[in-house]
Design a protein around this ligand. Structure first.
Ligand code: NAG
Ligand code: NAG
Ligand code: NAG
Length: 431
């Protein structure tokens, strides 16, 4: 009880600490409902959704320790990095989080005896950063600002957390996980609309969350989108035209999943089992024939992925990496064909080439930088937005691309100057 009161007091104090210019700018105080117009669905980026697991009798752990939770019901498999480390659960985490290829369905699924689910579907609170180094990550500040306008989770504010391990299917491909997820997302949009006097819905997403929104919308019938969607606001979306960090994550292990004191390499095998690991590989459309991976005797461009993956030693039991690999020429950019605003940071050093002078992929590469937001390359954002612009313009549908100088991929909804611009664009979409 005492803890709770202290906590609430602290919370109020923290709210007071949120810089007042933002509130003045929006002309809103907590409790005001002027700012609420259309219901909003807010999506976090890659490190943000939570994953729960349940181990059944069919599970054979590689260490007895990993079987400790067998038969004990649902637990948070991917929630707090500190927890995992404190309980020495990392190898178990990697094993239970990994996907395996099932030739029967030609798809990736959980290891035998591991069941998983993403909790909190429907809630804008279904996203959280996995340690306390970044209290405002996962749209926390943006969500607070929306709440200050009068938005309330479950009434007019929602979220559609997803399973980060799976990639949305490429056109013509099938994904059981995404078939189900997109159906739930569609239900959520309709429910959000119904709850709010049948108003259309604004969908906002950061990074991978933006990509998912785009693929979700593109999976729905045109009439449905036009009926239910007011506007998409995509904040530094990871573009289908690709970005170089996808390559560095493949080589070095996932930097997007941070574990203090655990080398990224320790999670590389797990990472390779995710279908999301090859989503957004740099595409020929944006990177052409440029050498993006440079070694002593051989350079690799976007046309050389099969050779590069072989040289890297990319392997998964029973799977040819080519199963997961899109052909560099089958790039297709579908436009959502509903009003869309994309905001992206620029002017930040962003890896455009990785150099391995001694051709050993297990050591950190030398990096060559170009323009971007520190994660996503600007050339790719431009190729992507140009396609969207062209397609939306052909039917006179609003498309707006806003470059924000000097803000990084992760900071776009955290820094004052960019958050202000983001909020202004949301306000415009919401008017
Ligand atoms: C999940 O992680 C958050 C933040 O790290 C922590 O506050 C919370 O207690 C965790 N929940 C569970 C059930 O472990
Ligand atoms: C690889 O690319 C670099 C940088 O563009 C170039 O200097 C080098 O000559 C190329 N190496 C090979 C083997 O083609
Ligand atoms: C860019 O942002 C950094 C960190 O917020 C700041 O210190 C720097 O002055 C900014 N530079 C420019 C040119 O705005």
């Amino acid at each position: 009880m005492a803890m709770n009161t202290a906590f609430l007091g602290l919370l109020q104090l923290l709210l007071l600490l949120v810089p007042s210019p933002l509130r003045d700018y929006l002309g809103a105080r907590p409790g005001d409902h002027h700012g609420v117009n259309y219901p909003i669905i807010l999506q976090g980026g890659f490190g943000c959704p939570v994953l729960e697991a349940r181990l059944t009798d069919a599970y054979t752990p590689s260490h007895p320790r990993c079987g400790a939770l067998k038969g004990k019901g649902w637990f948070k498999l991917w929630n707090s990095t500190v927890d995992l480390l404190n309980h020495d659960y990392m190898p178990c985490f990697a094993e239970q989080m990994s996907l395996v290829f099932d030739p029967a369905t030609n798809g990736f699924q959980n290891r035998h005896g591991v069941e998983t689910r993403v909790p909190n579907f429907g809630s804008a609170y279904g996203f959280s950063y996995k340690d306390d180094t970044c209290p405002f990550c996962c749209n926390v500040r943006l969500r607070t600002e929306l709440e200050a306008l009068g938005y309330r989770d479950g009434d007019n504010l929602f979220g559609a957390p997803y399973d980060i391990r799976h990639a949305p299917p490429r056109p013509g491909q099938y994904s059981e996980v995404y078939t189900e997820y997109f159906a739930r997302f569609k239900g959520l949009v309709q429910q959000a609309s119904e709850k709010n006097g049948n108003k259309q819905v604004i969908i906002i997403g950061h990074s991978f969350g933006g990509r998912i929104i785009l693929d979700f919308v593109n999976s729905t019938p045109l009439e449905w989108r036009k009926k239910f969607i007011k506007h998409l606001v995509l904040l530094s979306p990871t573009p289908p035209t690709g970005f170089m960090d996808v390559i560095t994550n493949l080589i070095e292990g996932p930097r997007v999943l941070r574990f203090p004191n655990v080398p990224y390499l320790a999670l590389r095998q797990m990472w390779w089992s995710f279908t999301s690991s090859l989503l957004s590989l740099p595409s020929s459309m944006a990177f052409g024939h440029d050498p993006i991976i440079i070694t002593k005797h051989r350079n690799y461009s976007t046309y050389d992925y099969p050779d590069f993956l072989a040289a890297l030693g990319f392997s998964l039991k029973g799977v040819s990496p080519l199963t997961k690999l899109p052909s560099p020429t089958d790039m297709r950019i579908d436009a959502p064909m509903v009003p869309t605003t994309i905001l992206n940071g620029v002017g930040i050093e962003t890896t455009k080439q990785v150099v391995f002078w001694d051709s050993n992929f297990d050591v950190s590469p030398e990096l060559v930088y170009g323009d971007g937001d520190g994660v996503v390359n600007l050339n790719s954002v431009l190729a992507f937005t140009k396609e969207l612009e062209r397609k939306q313009a052909s039917e006179n549908i609003l498309f707006k691309f806003v470059k924000i100088p000097n803000v990084t991929h992760g900071d776009i909804t955290i820094q004052d100057h960019s958050l202000r611009i983001v909020l202004a664009e949301i306000a415009e979409a919401n008017s």
